[in-house]
Design a protein around this ligand. Structure first.
Ligand code: ADP
Ligand code: ZN
Ligand code: ZN
Length: 747
């Protein structure tokens, strides 16, 4: 006897209350056909009206009385379509990252509600210009003035939007309808897709002649796409032509009738990059970004579904564009933290792309000058195929990098923010009329505590991350909760220069104004870019040469080419090394390596000054030498020793509640349940108060789970979620849970 199967079915994917799917029995005849994501016909409600639904799960035991469960009627054969594939992806995401299925579905499926496609209507003449003028001449100019205005206007232009006639010419719709009836004009309706690229500069054609290294990379990608389809990782220094390689590989994919998705971190999506894609793919490529309206975004999904697009470019959400024949996914700047979603489900685009490619038989291509530890490690283990681009295209040379040891500066009596060497070079550039970028690396939000005399940073004895300063002189570890008192003197060298480091962009701007009163300074950071378009305006001002110095956070380092910038200064290069987060070193390295790649992209050679209290640290040394391999080797050894990813995996359970005690209690219960059931494969840490203990009166409590076994983390997550469900049912105080797999920032 074959065993029974039950299917979880969702009726209407745009409906709100569908977190709990309905259960149906899978009849024996359909056992082979019904799988997750399948579209099925089912009897629904009291009248057993036939409806369609999607299978979002299968199980052997029903949760209800067997007698009350109805049978699935049949399967909708044509449902191999894109919607069911996206649903399967949502199911996978829910399993891996937690949260509700509906939440995952909302992430994966486009918002269909409200936004209608805009209809474009235009008027054109149906008879000759002479006939129109003749007709206008016959009409009484007083009684028919509107009709005359219309006919004159139509005789002057080939085509006129309907709104122009009604709004600008003040011609009523009735008048237009009459003219149509008389056969003088015609009214054409078009569903006009809002194309987000205003300047459709697709006339010029551009095709790069690849150099040998680039061509070899393209060949290797295409070969892999025909074979095992392992993800390909391109490690290529800035300017080595990674984008040219993507474009060529995509062009071949498109030629074979398939489509491609290109992910680019929003901040790095420059006009030049876009135009390179447009020049090659014309109106078969489109873009998604956060500045598009919901309507414009939705239009791109419709165009994709209809087969009007071959290539889409966008941030991580572009992964969910409904391509029927997906052939390739490219993730540029693969190491960027913006590929991790900070909302539930907290998915990582790299992982989702891997799954999507597996499901659709597509090839994944990752690219970076400084690949993430995860990607490099996967390549080392043979799960990814690694390709290298070592040459900068053309004669572009790497800039000269100087490391300024700030401890020496203090010894020499220089207490300012600027080292002598940086100050000197700034003056030089100002005299020559060249531009300067100064950035302060402020990733570590909470102020770490360091000694300005010897560079010593106070760290947690248990976690090897820096402690951060809280009110009342308390120092806290955000990983394990370890607390200490702020010392009066440096524990290393006994100097009294120990304090929380608090320099910000504003402070730097002030100091620059003092030191170089004649220099024109422009600042770019979270504060100055709040307004829409502010970001572009600042960049334009700088590009136009209307400022000499741009001061900013790391956002100024990414993706912009200013040929007149010949000096880049990193003010507190090691600041981010001290963030209470195991990604800190990796971020510092990649940021500095990118900054070094910024200077001197024009014909003039560039220079970079890295100011640091830790000149000997491998992340600083490797960035200055643009030596990724050295960085990877050192960081890998550290991660392995400290039991951090990619050698282990982590799951953060983040509890939120207005009631601090309730949040701790729930977290405590989860922690002990996980210890009970998975304690031998997973290490449970916490619960702890989050580094920001309360936001808007909502308390935040965290539990960290760490394991070498990924399954153990999924299990831990399931235990915590089950506990949530049980407590929801019993109506206890509201404590919400968010699960974060391999978190990129600490809570
Ligand atoms: P990456 O993405 O690796 O930083 P890009 O693809 O942006 O590098 O290339 C850097 C610059 O060199 C770009 O201006 C690009 O147009 C140019 N370039 C790279 N390869 C070629 C090529 N084969 N032919 C013409 N120009 C190229
Ligand atoms: Zn000291
Ligand atoms: Zn600690």
């Amino acid at each position: 006897m074959s065993k029974e199967r039950f299917a979880l079915v969702i009726i209407d994917i745009s409906h709100e209350r569908l977190d709990r799917p309905f259960e149906y029995r899978v009849p024996e005849s359909l056992l082979d056909a019904v799988s997750e994501g399948a579209e099925v016909r089912i009897p629904f409600g009291k009248g057993n009206k036939e409806r369609r639904g999607y299978v979002v799960g299968l199980k052997d035991e029903p949760s209800f009385d067997r007698d009350k469960i109805k049978d699935i009627l049949g399967i909708v054969e044509s449902s191999v379509g894109i919607e069911s594939r996206m649903l399967r992806l949502a199911v996978w995401m829910k399993k891996r990252y937690g949260g509700t299925l509906v939440g995952a579905m909302r992430t994966v499926l486009p918002v269909k509600d409200k936004v209608k496609a805009k209809v474009y209507r235009c008027i054109s003449r149906k008879v000759s210009i002479e006939q129109l003028n003749e007709e206008a001449g016959r009409l009484n100019p007083v009684r028919f003035s509107a009709r005359i205005r219309l006919l004159k206007a139509v005789s002057e232009v080939e085509e006129m939007p309907l709104e122009f006639a009604t709004d600008k010419l003040n011609v009523s719709k009735a008048v237009i309808a009459t003219a149509v009836k008389q056969g003088l004009i015609s009214l054409r309706e078009d569903t006009e897709y809002r194309n987000p690229v205003a300047e459709k500069n697709t006339r010029y054609d551009r095709r790069a002649e690849l150099n040998d290294e680039q061509q070899a990379a393209v060949d290797a990608i295409l070969k892999e796409a025909e074979a095992e389809r392992k993800p390909v990782l391109i490690e290529g220094i800035t300017g080595s032509g990674k984008t040219e390689v993507y474009i060529e590989a995509i062009a071949k994919t498109v030629e074979s009738g398939k489509q491609a998705i290109v992910l680019i971190p929003e901040i790095a999506l420059t006009f030049q990059t876009l135009m390179r894609f447009y020049a090659r793919f014309k109106d078969r490529v489109s873009v998604l970004h956060s500045k598009l309206s919901e309507g414009e975004k939705y239009d791109q999904f419709v165009r994709a579904e209809k087969g009007e697009l071959d290539v889409i470019i966008g941030p991580r959400s572009a992964l969910f564009i409904p391509f029927n024949k997906l052939g390739m996914v490219v993730i540029d700047e693969e190491h960027e933290s913006s590929y991790k979603s900070q909302n539930m489900p907290k998915y990582h685009a790299r992982e989702v792309a891997e799954e999507l490619c597996r499901m659709s038989g597509a090839q994944l291509v990752l690219g970076s000058a400084t690949p993430s530890m995860e990607a490099s490690y996967n390549a080392e283990c043979g799960q990814y195929l690694k390709l290298k681009l070592n040459k900068r295209y053309g004669e572009a040379r790497l800039p000269k990098v100087t490391i300024a040891d700030m401890r020496e500066e203090l010894k020499a009596g220089n207490k300012s923010f600027f080292s002598r060497v940086l100050a000197e070079k700034i003056t030089e550039r100002l005299v020559k009329g060249e531009q300067i970028m100064l950035f302060i690396n402020r990733r570590g939000r909470a102020g770490f505590v360091s000694c300005r005399s010897c560079g010593h940073v106070i760290k947690c004895p248990h976690c090897d991350v820096s402690l951060s300063e809280h009110t009342g002189g308390r120092l806290l570890c955000h990983y394990c909760g370890y607390a200490a008192v702020m010392p009066k003197n440096c524990p290393e060298c006994s100097s009294k220069y120990i304090a929380g480091f608090r320099a910000g962009t504003e402070k730097i701007e002030e100091e620059i104004a003092k030191a170089y009163p004649s220099a024109r300074v422009i600042r770019m950071d979270g504060d100055t870019t709040k307004q829409k378009d502010a970001h572009e305006k600042i960049l334009q001002t700088f590009a136009a040469g209307d400022a000499d110095i741009m001061v900013g956070t790391q956002m100024i380092v990414k993706g912009h080419d200013f040929p007149n910038v010949t000096l880049v200064g990193a003010i507190a290069a090691d600041m981010s090394l001290n963030a209470a987060d195991y990604h800190a070193t990796e971020r510092t390295f990649s940021l500095l390596a990118q900054a070094a790649g910024r200077a001197g992209r024009g014909d003039r050679p560039g220079e970079v000054v890295i100011q640091t209290y830790k000149p000997e640290h491998y992340s600083i040394q490797a960035a200055a030498a643009q030596d990724y391999e050295y960085f990877y080797k050192m960081e890998k050894a550290f991660r392995e020793m400290a039991d951090y990813p990619p050698f282990t995996h982590m799951m953060a359970l983040q509890y939120f509640s207005a009631d601090q005690k309730a949040a701790f209690e729930r977290a405590e219960n989860a922690a002990s349940a996980i210890k009970d059931k998975a304690g031998d494969t997973a290490e449970v840490m916490g619960p702890f108060q989050a580094s920001i203990a309360k936001i808007r009166d909502i308390y935040r409590v965290v539990v960290y789970i760490r394991s070498r076994n990924e399954e153990a983390l999924t299990q831990a997550k399931d235990i915590a979620e089950k506990l949530q469900d049980e407590n929801r049912d019993s109506g206890k105080k509201e404590v919400t849970l968010q699960t974060d797999r391999d978190p990129v920032s600490t809570l």
